[in-house]
Design a protein around this ligand. Structure first.
Ligand SMILES: Nc1nc2c(ncn2[C@@H]2O[C@H](COP(=O)(O)OP(=O)(O)OP(=O)(O)O)[C@@H](O)[C@H]2O)c(=O)[nH]1
Ligand SMILES: [Mg+2]
Length: 463
């Protein structure tokens, strides 16, 4: 455990009912006692854990009252970080919480880095890494379903599944180690066969868990859905229709949207991170070309592309240029403005490689379009699978988990091959240890410092 005591504002910056300043570390109670004067009774040092005290926060240098507040001490290991923690609940104003925080820093606390409280909970063994990651997922969850998955992960659904896999690998490793001293030929066939069976079974279980990765990622982050097309086809109208509000400017002037606009919509339980972008065309206008460049970047990262066309205007090379860009993406083709006389039909778009195609009039249909599009999107992500599974089984929610599990599976497959070839058992043991190490990356047993830093730097300060 560290001897540095950290402090941070734990609530969002702004006006609110309360604002919480949080301390964690060996001196948190002593530091709090230098600035908190309880109305009655003794300082926090002589108070029971978890007991809320009413009093004032006072600058010890000047005797000036900074705020009235409630204070609570939570002694380690029974606290969020497993260290001594104090929370000062002040009035929720920008200046007041900042002043209370500065007093804590003057009295010897160090400003916490993003996610440092949760990182300490992990380093002190109160949470494993996948559980610590779930904390940030709870804070950021885009929908209720996403929240359920995050809560399950915090409660250990993924950790338990990984532990089960580790246990199986340990069992095989123990048997391999025990047989290493035997000459090759003496290893009974039944023993080899039974090891093989356990390996095959474990590989299958790993595959099952791997198959949850897409679904887990969508629930955690939302499906990154980029609306694209040349200018003036109705992209912003589509965003507004899906949101059911006038979020983006809609005009009949091509090039209205300059910068991308992102909003989250919940489409029958599927969280969509819906991004309206600048219409793509060659432009001499500097701002517009910057917007177009951003649109193209977003297309690269999209999980799903909604490509909008205007059937009342002739197809141009801009339409086909975008089509070419999205050739390798999952895309849905939306042919808009069918209330106007048509100038082309869908065959003119050429081979769409099986992309679903929908004709619509955003001007006339409104909510009906939403229903039809929702059907297609839900089909696309296979939501029946999502609702039935979320909340009841372990899901891989991050690319990090997926990569580690893939590596573990690869190592285990290698050891199976080695066993089948009748090669020396110590070779098998090496691969098994590799597989165990990769599994340990998910729960954080074997993870490197720089990976930890990367994970926790995504958190907010005070979490
Ligand atoms: N007749 C008709 N007009 C539509 C329809 N959908 C959108 N429009 C009109 O088309 C024009 C352009 O719509 P926007 O939603 O701003 O188009 P955009 O693709 O976002 O355009 P940029 O931001 O310039 O790229 C507006 O005048 C809309 O009212 C439709 O289904 N039928
Ligand atoms: Mg627009």
């Amino acid at each position: 455990m560290t001897d540095i005591t950290i402090a941070a504002v734990a609530t969002p910056l702004g006006e609110g009912g309360i604002g919480v300043v949080r301390l964690s570390g060996p001196d948190s109670i002593a530091i709090a006692d230098t600035i908190f004067r309880p109305k009655q009774g003794k300082g926090l040092k002589d108070q029971e854990s978890y007991k809320l005290r009413y009093g004032k926060v006072v600058d010890p240098a000047t005797g000036r009252t900074v705020d009235e507040a409630l204070a609570v001490a939570m002694r380690g290991p029974h606290s969020y970080t497993a260290e001594d923690v104090v929370e000062l609940q002040c009035h929720g104003g920008v200046v007041v919480v900042q002043e209370v925080l500065e007093l804590c820093l003057k009295q010897g606390a160090t400003l916490a880095e993003p996610g440092e409280f949760t990182k300490r909970a992990f380093l002190n063994g109160r949470l494993d890494l996948s559980q610590a990651e779930a904390v940030i997922d709870i804070v950021r969850s885009p929908t209720r379903l996403g929240l359920e998955v995050a809560i399950d992960q915090l409660e250990g659904s993924l950790s338990q599944k990984v532990k089960d896999l580790q246990e199986k690998l340990y069992q095989i490793t123990v048997r391999v180690e025990a047989s290493i001293d035997f000459p090759e030929d003496d290893l009974p066939d039944v023993e080899v066969q039974s090891m093989e069976e356990t390996m095959v079974e474990t590989i299958q279980e790993m595959e099952e868990l791997l198959s949850t990765a897409d679904e887990g990622k969508i629930l955690r982050e939302g499906l990154m859905t980029v609306i694209t097309g040349k200018p003036n086809v109705g992209k912003s109208s589509l965003l507004n229709t899906l949101l059911n509000e006038n979020r983006a400017l809609v005009t009949d002037i091509p090039g209205t949207t300059r910068d991308s606009i992102e909003e989250v919509v919940n489409l029958r339980g599927v969280p969509l991170r819906l991004i309206d972008t600048a219409g793509i065309r060659e432009s001499s206008d500097m701002v517009e070309s910057l917007g177009v460049a951003r649109s193209l970047d977003l297309l690269e990262d999209a999980d799903l592309v909604l490509h909008v066309f205007d059937r009342s205007e002739p197809l141009t090379k801009d339409d086909f240029a975008v089509l070419e860009r999205t050739e390798n993406s999952k895309r849905i083709v939306l042919i808009n403005k069918v209330d106007l006389p048509p100038l082309w039909d869908v065959d003119d778009l050429g081979d769409l490689h099986g992309a679903p195609c929908l004709e619509m009039s955003l001007l006339q249909e409104g909510s009906e379009v939403v229903q039809r599009l929702a059907d297609r999107i839900v089909e696309f992500v296979g939501r029946s699978q999502i609702t039935s599974s979320a909340g009841s089984r372990a899901l891989l929610t991050r690319t990090r988990h997926k990569q580690a599990l893939q590596a573990a599976k690869g190592a285990l497959e290698e050891s199976l091959r080695t066993l089948k070839q009748g090669l020396p058992l110590d070779l098998i043991a090496v691969d098994l240890y590799n597989a165990l190490e990769h599994l340990g990356e998910i729960t954080g047993e074997t993870v490197r410092e720089n990976v930890l830093d990367r994970i926790f730097s995504q958190f907010c300060i005070g979490k």
